[in-house]
Ligand binder design. Structure first.
Ligand SMILES: Cc1ncc(COP(=O)(O)O)c(C=O)c1O
Length: 364
């Protein structure tokens, strides 16, 4: 196989969880393989998720597990993927995978795709004859945009590539194929010496980064593009909105002109991998003081306090792996309703009352 080693220079090898969940069972990492003629490899027919599990004093805790799994199921539904896996089953599988890994923190990657039936192979674009497969893997992943990015911020560009148009590829679905567009944005940025690229939507309004949502701060007000700007409905984005609400920081979802990026007081990315990363310049134009601004810092601080379990979340955002696993073990001999109650108690904010989890808004 051809390898261009110069391209690997900034890739750190993560600690990989040696087991992978596959369709109700745990298999070894080495056995988690697909046939090269699988539909997904040729036509991009996959949907996936990215979920972080954080180290807390109560053991590893998965951040907004149910919301991620709901988005996973929504992505599958958009692409007419018929499958037997439920929100409960996928959530339990993720908890078990983390528990078995014995890692205190990690990144969880569920993926569902159209595979190959080797007895009755089908090679056309029509996806329906191909069987569905579902796997969940995990690894320990550090800071996505670099260790210093969280404090220092990153230098980014506006991409010459536009984000997907809503009626070509739905940005609402987290589909593998969407990431060809993300790769164009990311490769252009890296090749030109930037950490990340910001894509505009097909009308020229700010959309999002290749793997992050974007927020702008101006005159103390926080602004973020609406779903109509072809963004992924980010779970971290939703968390930032809820944190702003809790901190009484005014926030609006609104179309953002490219030029507004250059005159913003502060800009930051949000995403599971990137968490909350300040942006210090766009196209070599400094953003504000060219470092993390005070509003970004305030939101970031609260976000990390919540993910580390040190601060009460506005909802049931943390699933404590140890407690959830014990609840599942106690489930043997109980009925489903009782088991659900016990699991609900383990899937809760750090302390106190919690309200129903926030659903991703589908309209602006
Ligand atoms: C294109 C894109 N936008 C936004 C996000 C942020 O979404 P989330 O906060 O749910 O990780 C991601 C990452 O998953 C992404 O890939």
């Amino acid at each position: 196989m051809f390898n261009d080693d110069t391209r690997k220079k900034d890739v750190k090898t993560p600690t990989i969880v040696r087991e992978v969940w596959h369709d109700g069972q745990f298999i070894s990492w080495d056995d988690a393989r697909v046939h090269v003629m699988s539909h997904v490899l040729h036509y991009g027919s996959s949907v996936f998720e990215g979920i972080r599990c954080y180290k807390t004093r109560r053991g590893p805790a998965i951040f907004r597990l149910r919301e991620h799994m709901q988005r996973f199921l929504n992505s599958a539904k958009i692409y007419r993927m018929t499958h037997p896996w439920s929100l409960e089953e996928l959530s339990d599988a993720s908890v078990q995978l983390v528990a078995r890994s014995q890692l205190q923190q990690c990144y969880i990657r569920p993926i569902m795709f159209r595979s190959l039936d080797e007895e009755h192979p089908a090679f056309g674009v029509n996806p329906f004859p191909n069987p569905m497969a579902c796997y969940i893997g995990a690894w320990d992943w550090g800071k996505y945009l670099g260790d210093e990015a969280i404090e220092q911020g990153v230098d980014v560009c506006v991409s010459s590539w536009n984000r997907l148009t809503p009626n070509s590829m739905p940005a609402m679905a987290k589909a593998g194929a969407n990431y060809m567009n993300s790769q164009l944005i990311k490769m252009e940025a890296i090749t030109n010496g930037y950490a990340e690229g910001i894509a505009l939507d097909d009308r020229g309004y700010v959309s999002e980064g290749s793997g992050e949502n974007i927020f702008l701060v101006h005159d103390g007000k926080v602004v973020t593009p609406p779903l109509a700007s072809s963004i992924l409905p980010g779970i971290t984005r939703d968390s930032v909105i809820e944190i702003c609400r809790a901190l009484e920081i005014p926030l609006v979802e609104s179309g953002i002109q490219r030029a507004a990026l250059y005159v913003a007081d502060e800009l930051f990315f949000s995403g599971t991998a990137a968490e909350i990363t300040p942006i210090r310049s766009v196209d070599h134009i400094p953003v504000g003081e060219a470092r993390r601004g005070p509003v970004t810092e305030r939101i970031q601080k609260v976000f990390f306090e919540i993910t580390s379990g040190e601060r009460e979340a506005p909802g049931a955002w943390l699933t404590f792996v140890g407690e959830h696993k014990r609840a599942a073990a106690e489930n043997n001999g109980h009925n489903d309703a009782q088991a659900r109650e016990v699991r609900k108690a383990a899937t809760n904010a750090s302390a106190g009352e919690s309200r129903e989890s926030i659903h991703v808004t589908l309209t602006d």
